[in-house]
Write a protein that binds this ligand. Structure first.
Ligand code: IVH
Length: 668
């Protein structure tokens, strides 16, 4: 058998096994055997790029499945659309449809292509029962709990509007521009990394482990596809109008048309008008309206023949590079920023574009005065894609070089191994770093001293009132108000908020210190394991590395932080002010090491506690929660309705199944 034939055979077999495992929950080979076949296929495909197929079983790994949610096999696979970028291809699509329908009349439904992430919603007896992300199209994450917080998605349909008993409706989850911009403003103030575009923000949000975060972020959803055995009409458009009457948000911008010219008119109109919409769109979707005709046209391996997406061009403009400035962040990372001649781009005036880091900047080979091409595409932060070569002249300006010294304090910059950024190492003396650390310290998720915004901190710093986080606790009402009566009220409030922060639990204080790589979760882990700051400060690299989820970078960063005498002094002052530098009695009492060394998978629905509560309980007792079953899993904490695929896998690997009551007894 030739290698080509073997590829075809393996794909067929693996498709069969995938199907047996995921759809039928009746595997006929072991995971190991399956993996061996998959590896063999991947190796062969590497040797035969001409046989690449996006539908190959090897391609399934490139999905957005994540560990934290139950996976759900879609009732109907979620196909994607083939893309076109010009009108000629739209005309070809139209012709193919006409030919496919052998002269029959047809209507095309024109819709906006929303730029978020697709979701499949299941309703039974008028109630939302399940919401699943697209995943790899065959199976996705069950994100029902998160989706329930999206206010435009009905949880219960009104009686008497005629909805079928059971149906599926698909659509797009989005973050409206306004929410997106507000979110990024907040993140900027906290010096957290910004989301590049609303799609990333929506996707990050929908996969958040905390439903509260989702609720806060104000997602939205448009529904664009109704499926089921008893849908009201043959027409896709008509079904969506019905769905709207059941309470779903359906775009008002859909139009049914018949001719190619009408399609072009729709495209041209929205190519400019979309800039005025409250949500991001990246194209137009064209669908044959009649479902009977859709069935007649059928589909190719990966997308329907009855629909197509027309993608808008990312808008590009040429403008002149005036200057490159360098920004120093809270961590000391230096970011180059291009300052350009203002230019109109996708509805806003663009003056600045990030150049990310030294390598990216060097790759562009920028010279002052160059004409550069700026693009806004899906990324809301504009980016320079290239120098506009047409304008390069013999007397080109000087090449832009990355700086050697910190623009704020003059310290010589350093670069750490494996990192793209240059850093200002002068943590103790560089103003933006000092202010940034204080801003982080007071932020809501840290010490929650929310009356202190970046401007106030700037002001206190300029007045010499604060140089580090401990100085906050020495502030007085008089200093803050400057003996100005009108400011006394707010000064008192601030002092009270600072006072209140002394009760913030140790794990959050640890996070607030702003040790590099010690985010909220790491701080919690460290606090639980070492229990107080003194023990943590004495921990060796090995001891740190032994903690679950703590890697080399985090461990080294912790060691480095505590090796700095200034930080030790800082802690002594915080201690003197009465901050919580050890786990509370209550947290300690709730802790045990009964589950130490155990890796536990949670599955199903529970009666006594929520899933999140069980996750917290596992952590509290020293265990580790993971999403997927493997040979390393110690046991499965199983509630009702554990998925059949999981059950099968557990049995095959001999992983014990522990009921909710048994588990509660274990940690009793
Ligand atoms: S219909 C079989 N309609 O674009 C038809 N999709 O590449 C399935 N999308 O995954 C999709 N707006 O996330 C459809 N009005 C619209 C859409 C839309 C955005 C997304 C969706 C899908 C992708 C297709």
């Amino acid at each position: 058998m030739s290698e080509q034939e073997r590829i075809v055979e393996l794909r067929k077999e693996l498709h069969q096994h995938n199907y047996n495992y995921y759809v039928l929950s009746a595997p006929t080979i072991s995971d190991q055997e399956f993996d061996a076949l998959l590896r063999e296929l991947a190796a062969l495909e590497e040797r035969h790029p001409e046989l690449a197929d996006p539908n190959s079983p090897t391609q399934r790994v490139g999905s957005d499945l994540s560990q934290e949610f139950e996976t759900f096999v879609h009732v109907r696979p979620m196909l994607s659309l083939s893309n076109t970028y010009n009108k000629a291809e739209v005309a070809e699509f139209y012709e193919r449809v006409r030919e496919g329908l052998a002269g029959e009349d047809f209507e095309i439904c024109c819709e906006l292509k929303f730029d978020g992430l697709s979701i499949s919603l299941h309703y039974e007896d008028g109630r939302l029962v399940r919401a699943v992300t697209r995943g790899d199209g065959v199976q996705g994450d069950d994100v029902t709990a998160n989706v329930r917080t999206i206010r435009t998605i009905p949880l219960q349909l009104a009686e008497g509007t005629g909805w079928p008993r059971a149906f599926e409706i698909r659509g797009e989850v989005l973050m409206p521009w306004s929410s997106f911009e507000a979110l990024n403003r907040e993140r900027e103030a906290r010096e957290e990394p910004l989301f590049a575009n609303p799609r990333n923000a929506a996707s990050g949000t929908l996969k958040s482990k905390q439903t509260a975060v989702v609720a806060e972020r104000r997602l939205d959803a448009y529904l664009y596809y109704l499926l089921g055995d008893d849908v009201p009409a043959d027409g896709h458009y008509e079904n969506l109008q019905a769905a709207r009457s059941w309470g779903f948000q359906v775009s008002e911008q859909m139009r049914k048309v018949r001719t190619l010219d009408e399609i072009y008119a729709f495209i041209d109109y929205w190519d400019t008008e979309r800039k005025n919409l409250p949500v991001a769109t990246d194209g137009i979707v064209l669908k044959v309206n009649s479902q009977r005709q859709q069935r007649a046209l059928g589909m190719t391996a990966k997308s329907p023949r009855w629909a197509i997406a027309y993608k808008f061009q990312a808008e590009q403009q040429s403008t002149v590079l005036r200057e490159v400035t360098f920004q120093v962040g809270r961590t000391g990372a230096v970011t180059p920023v291009a300052n350009m001649e203002p230019v109109q781009l996708s509805g806003t005036v663009v003056r600045r574009a990030t150049l990310h880091n030294a390598d990216f900047m060097a790759s562009l080979d920028l010279h002052l005065g160059d004409h550069v091409l700026v693009e806004k595409g899906g990324e809301i932060i504009p980016k320079i894609v290239a120098v506009d070569e047409a304008f390069i002249t013999a007397d080109r300006g000087p090449r832009v070089e990355f700086i050697k010294r910190c623009p704020e304090c003059g310290a010589e910059l350093v670069r750490y191994e494996d990192e793209a950024a240059w850093y200002c190492p002068n943590e103790a003396g560089c103003p933006p770093q000092i202010k940034g650390r204080i801003e982080h310290f007071v932020s809501r998720r840290a010490m929650n001293i929310d009356t202190l915004g970046p401007e106030t901190i700037d002001d206190f710093y300029a007045r010499g009132l604060i140089r580090n986080i401990a100085d906050l606790y020495d502030l007085t009402v008089d200093q803050l108000s400057g003996f100005n009566d009108s400011r006394i009220r707010s000064a008192r409030k601030t002092i009270q908020a600072i006072e209140d922060s002394k009760q913030v639990p140790f794990e959050r204080v640890l996070f607030a210190l702003g040790i590099r790589f010690v985010g909220e979760t790491v701080a919690k882990t460290l606090a639980r394991r070492f229990r107080d700051i003194d023990t943590l400060s004495r921990a060796t690299l090995d001891e740190l590395l032994q903690v679950n989820t703590i890697g080399q970078a985090i461990a080294e960063s912790v060691i480095r932080w505590f090796a700095d005498m200034d930080n030790i002094f800082l802690i002594e002052r915080l201690r003197a002010h009465g901050l919580q530098l050890q786990l509370s009695e209550q947290t300690l009492a709730e802790q045990s090491d009964r589950l130490t060394g155990k890796t536990i998978v949670i599955s199903g629905v529970f009666a006594h506690h929520s899933r999140d509560e069980y996750k917290a309980l596992i952590e509290q007792h020293g265990g580790k929660n993971t999403g997927s079953i493997s040979a390393k899993t110690s046991f499965i904490l199983a509630g009702d309705n554990m998925g059949p695929a999981k059950l099968e896998k557990a049995q095959k690997l001999g992983v014990p199944i522990v009921s909710e009551d048994e588990f509660l007894q274990m940690i009793e």
